[in-house]
Design a binder for this molecule. Structure first.
Ligand code: NOJ
Length: 509
């Protein structure tokens, strides 16, 4: 008996410095996968669903998307949700993060009419998840905005936040007896930059250095509105948690120079602090405010392009997160020197940051240019959140590595990435991070927004988009993840060259 016990202990513990580090995810740690409505559901007008900005703009102007695909059918999860739950079961997933399509519930966006079919669809999905012991983590808004609101200024219009609150109330009321984890909005920074800074997502309204901040501000107000509605009307009975998901890369100083170290702090202020600080500290970070104000002055604006929150708004937003969701994909080196001036459009958000970025070409490359594997970045990010924001409850609500269509089912690089980043989570937990869950992006292949359906394969499961039945097939990464979830640990005895062929990491296949 002694030998197996000793071996098991060896497999789950490692020594780091003098400390014995727990190498196993606790049984209540949520290992799961994530998706979003427009990217996988299809059924764009099924059973009374109304039109979102994505539906409208991609029908009107298909070349918004590189390969002219759209979300009309996508992975057809609207009809295949039972298979998706089966997949989650196959994986042994403990939780599933998905989003609700606003216009499936409220076809014109307002509470004038609540679509019973929309309520029915999500109700069936949630029930099936729960029947299989899979916890639903539900995003209220993952970028698909009712077209009427988009046409009325979208997230540049503060009243969209009011409409969002009304929608949130309907959803809490319908599903809050079963759903206990709510994510109000997904990735304000990427969402606002793609819409307004770069103008590559609907409504294709490019206003660099202006719309991006206004949009982020209104999304924070929308988030806070939903939080307060939950707090005042539902929390006592439903006893759930409300947070939001932020995209966060990890910036590494490219040298020890004062300028480069400052650049790291500024990167974090723009990328993370812009949203975290109002919620966790009561206002925008000072360095964000100062940099934008100074640049605005230089450019002849009469006031800062970043509108300050009123005291009332500050108080309203402060403290409105029971947890924080982090979508983390990659790291980058940052620097600041004379060459940065003139590198970007003026005004623009990037110009405001006043820093340059690059990546280490030896980091394993995904199909997506900027998405390279550097797992210590996730460790550092989790430690930064712990140290900067009083160790909040964190869920890694997205982390993923798209492979190419050619790699197909043999996505060993994705599997390696998954192992490496989960190890980083274990390391962070061992050092005090309050990370309580991890959601791989994505459960199945879907529409990668303006990049289309074909180019980037994020799924643990392949979806055959040429097959009308949208057949799902497990990739190697799915098998690796399944074993990690089953054992609660990673095979640390397999310690290959970190950048070599690590496909053998899954010993049992
Ligand atoms: C973050 C977004 O939330 C998701 O919709 C997207 O597909 C992934 N990043 C990958 O780019």
């Amino acid at each position: 008996m002694l030998v197996p016990i000793v071996l098991t202990l060896c497999a789950i513990t490692r020594i780091k410095g003098n400390a014995s580090i727990e190498r196993k995810f606790p049984s209540n740690f949520l290992l799961g996968a994530a998706t979003s409505a427009y990217q996988i559901e299809g059924g764009w007008n099924a059973d009374g669903k109304g039109e979102s900005d994505w539906d409208y703009h991609l029908h009107k102007q298909p070349d918004i998307v590189q390969d002219f695909t759209n979300g009309d059918f996508a992975a057809d999860s609207y009809h295949l949700y039972e298979r998706d739950v089966e997949i989650l079961k196959e994986l042994g997933a403990k939780a599933y993060r998905f989003s609700i399509s606003w216009t499936r519930i409220l076809p014109d966006g307002t509470t004038n009419f609540i679509n019973p079919h929309g309520i029915g669809y999500y109700g069936r999905l949630i029930d099936l998840l729960l029947a299989n012991n899979i916890l639903p983590l539900v995003t209220l808004y993952h970028w698909d905005l009712p077209i009427a609101f988009s046409n009325n200024g979208g997230w540049l219009n503060e009243t969209t936040a009011d409409r969002f609150g009304e929608y949130a109330r309907i959803v809490f009321n319908a599903f809050g007896n079963k759903v206990k984890h709510w994510i109000t909005v997904n990735e304000p920074s990427i969402h606002c930059s793609f819409m307004y800074e770069y103008g590559i997502h609907p409504p294709l309204n490019k206003s660099p250095g202006v719309g991006f901040y206004e949009c982020g501000r209104n999304l924070l107000l929308a988030h806070a509105k939903a939080y307060h509605i939950y707090d005042m009307e539902f929390r006592k009975i439903q006893r759930g948690k409300v947070g939001l998901s932020l995209d966060a890369e990890w910036p590494i100083a490219s040298s020890g120079s004062k300028d480069d170290l400052e650049a790291v702090k500024d990167y974090l202020a723009f990328n993370v602090g812009q949203y975290m600080d109002p919620i966790f500290k009561g206002d925008y970070p000072e360095r964000l405010v100062n940099r934008i104000a100074a640049a605005s002055r230089r450019q002849g604006f009469t006031k800062s392009r970043l509108q300050a929150f009123t005291d009332k708004q500050k108080a309203y937003i402060n403290g409105t997160a029971d947890f924080i969701g982090i979508n983390h994909y990659f790291s980058l080196y940052v620097y600041r020197n004379a060459s940065v001036r003139g590198m970007y459009e003026v005004p623009s958000f990037l110009d405001d940051t006043g820093l340059g970025t690059f990546q280490d070409p030896t980091w394993p490359q995904s199909a997506f240019t900027r998405m390279r594997e550097y797992a210590p970045g996730l460790y550092s990010l989790l430690m930064y959140l712990k140290d900067t924001y009083h160790n909040p409850v964190v869920y890694v609500t997205e982390n993923g590595f798209p492979t190419t269509p050619a790699e197909d089912l043999n996505d060993g690089k994705k599997a390696n990435y998954l192992r490496a980043y989960l190890k980083a989570v274990l390391d962070a937990k061992a050092n005090g991070s309050n990370c309580q869950g991890y959601f791989f992006w994505s459960l199945v292949d879907g529409l990668e927004w303006a990049s289309g359906l074909q180019k980037y394969r994020f799924g643990l499961y392949q979806v055959d988009f040429n097959d009308p039945s949208r057949k799902r097939t497990a990739r190697k990464s799915a098998l690796v993840y399944k074993e990690i979830i089953r054992t609660g640990t990673i095979d640390f005895d397999y310690n290959p060259d970190p950048y070599g062929d690590r496909d053998k990491c899954f010993k049992n296949t």
